[in-house]
Design a protein around this ligand. Structure first.
Ligand SMILES: Cc1cc2nc3c(=O)[nH]c(=O)nc-3n(C[C@H](O)[C@H](O)[C@H](O)COP(=O)(O)OP(=O)(O)OC[C@H]3O[C@@H](n4cnc5c(N)ncnc54)[C@H](O)[C@@H]3O)c2cc1C
Length: 465
């Protein structure tokens, strides 16, 4: 009997299992890991039931997330590690050039059943539905990159973290379980498959045309081991100081964003571990004073990784226009449109922003750091995402520029967190502040407490809650 909660499992078509199939196929897309991966474990459970082995397919193409070389490299590094760890369980990983729509149906011809993981952006949903329609075996989706499945948590786009938090809390406990770890009854390592040799990334990448040829993020090598190391390092050195998270120089946040967004680590595993910490907090390196604050810091981190992260998923799932200015709350669109008539001191083009050539030297440095390394600390992102409003005539243009920069350069970009994060800068999941020029009722963020207006209500980068 499977330990995977039923609400994580969804039948996507009405086709029967193919009894003549040679293996169970897991099309891996959003959960690039073998540890605590419910979709993988579900495929193995089916394999045990049918006495078949499991093949994992990953489709490598430059549409969507892997349109940036930076993200493709991160995926390849993760896959190279995965190939070995899956092989140790008798599971063959096949990384193949092509889109999932082209490849999955052809791999399904010899499959008993198809299992896939769940992703939330528009294209992800279209691809999954199209595949389910085009294959002739049963197709099952397992949702394991959130703690509470998106439609269990809420039935609509939630207005704010305040309304969403209690909904998660009401459902949480039954989803805090990890899947059993099994081994398929038959190995698939000797099945002959045409697939990529993962030993030479440059050769693989040379076969691809990247719409965004952005340099590799060397500080963020992909893979489960790196995700695990970062998580442990954060537990030891970051968590007890998480109250300093608004100071980018303190470097106390987990920097797990890219790993979570590629599915290299399970959010359920993180949450379970977090709840155990107080029992064995010797794992944490901190002063007595920090130990006292530990429960508060644990709650603050849990709120980010659970509430904020899953609110972002709720946003893209239930908001068809999540990638446009029209996806913002009505009050935010209205106030920004009204303020588009206000004078702007400087106007910069997308290219000037992209190249860090604005009037704000701090913003420029941040942008150049993003171009180079593919990651910004959380609080810096807020400042960075809001400033284009000051430098464009139309607020919709500012939104578009910020989102485009985020989607191109951020290693964890083109994900629910990216769309919700940029939208937050323009009013999403936030509330109206005192009106001021250009910003309207949007929460302003400036470099100095008294800029751009000499107004005590104008918050500085270190004062935002
Ligand atoms: C302008 C802007 C752009 C952003 N772009 C992205 C993006 O492209 N991809 C992305 O995943 N997040 C994005 N965020 C949300 C958040 O800033 C990042 O998730 C966070 O910076 C990742 O750093 P961390 O892992 O050190 O965070 P931590 O503070 O250690 O938090 C742990 C995890 O919780 C989740 N999380 C934390 N805050 C948020 C949030 N506000 N929304 C959603 N999830 C959150 C992330 O998965 C994060 O890794 C953006 C926010 C803003 C304001």
């Amino acid at each position: 009997m499977s330990k995977i909660p039923e609400e994580r499992i969804q039948l996507l078509n009405l086709c029967p299992e193919n009894p003549k199939g040679k293996y169970i196929l897991y099309w891996m897309d959003a959960s690039v890991r073998q540890k605590n991966n419910s979709a993988l474990e579900y495929a193995i459970e089916l394999g045990i039931e049918h006495k078949k082995g499991v093949i994992v397919l990953y489709c490598l193409h430059t549409k969507g997330r892997l349109s940036s070389r930076r993200r493709a490299r991160f995926a390849l590094e993760s896959l190279r590690e995965l190939e070995k760890t899956l092989a140790a369980r008798g599971i063959q990983l096949a990384v193949v050039y092509g889109t999932a729509q082209e490849l999955v149906p052809s791999f399904c011809v010899s499959a008993c059943a198809l299992v896939m993981d769940c992703a939330y952006l528009r294209e992800d949903r279209i691809v999954r539905n199209e595949i389910a329609r085009n294959v002739s075996c049963t197709c099952i989706q397992v949702e394991d990159n959130v703690v509470v499945p998106v439609e269990t948590a809420s039935s609509h786009a939630d207005y704010s973290a305040k309304s969403f938090r209690p909904k998660l809390a009401a459902n949480l406990n039954r989803f805090l379980t990890l899947p059993d770890r099994n081994v398929p009854p038959v190995s698939t390592l000797n099945v002959n498959l045409m697939k990529l040799d993962l030993s030479d990334f440059d050769r693989i990448e040379n076969q691809l045309t990247f719409p965004y040829d952005v340099a590799t993020a060397i500080d963020f090598p992909g893979g489960e081991t790196m995700a695990d190391q970062r998580w442990r390092r954060f537990l030891k050195y970051g968590l007890a100081r998480y109250d300093q998270r608004r100071n980018p120089a303190a470097s106390v946040t987990s920097a797990l964003g890219p790993y979570l967004s590629f599915g290299c680590i399970s959010p359920v595993e993180i949450l379970i571990r977090l709840r155990e910490i107080l029992k064995d907090d010797y794992l944490i390196s901190c002063t007595d004073e920090q130990r006292e604050l530990l429960p508060l810091n644990i709650a603050a981190f849990e709120d980010e990784i659970l509430t904020r992260r899953e609110l972002a998923v709720n946003f893209v799932w239930f908001t068809p226009q999540y990638d446009t200015f029209e996806g913002l709350p009505r009050w935010a669109q209205k106030t920004l449109e009204l303020r588009s008539a206000d004078d702007r001191e400087y106007i910069f083009s997308f290219s000037e922003m992209k190249n860090g050539k604005t009037c704000d030297c701090y913003w420029n440095l941040t942008q150049l750091e993003l171009v180079k390394n593919g990651w910004l600390p959380p609080h810096t992102r807020m400042y960075w995402g809001k400033q284009p409003l000051l430098w464009t005539r139309e607020p919709a243009e500012a939104f578009r520029y910020a989102l485009r920069l985020n989607n191109i350069y951020q290693l964890d970009g083109l994900s629910p967190g990216g769309f919700a994060g940029v939208s937050w800068c323009y009013g999403l999941h936030d509330f109206p502040f005192h009106a001021r020029p250009v910003w309207g009722y949007i929460r302003p963020m400036t470099r100095h407490p008294k800029l751009p207006m000499d107004d005590p209500d104008c918050l500085s980068i270190n004062q935002i809650d």
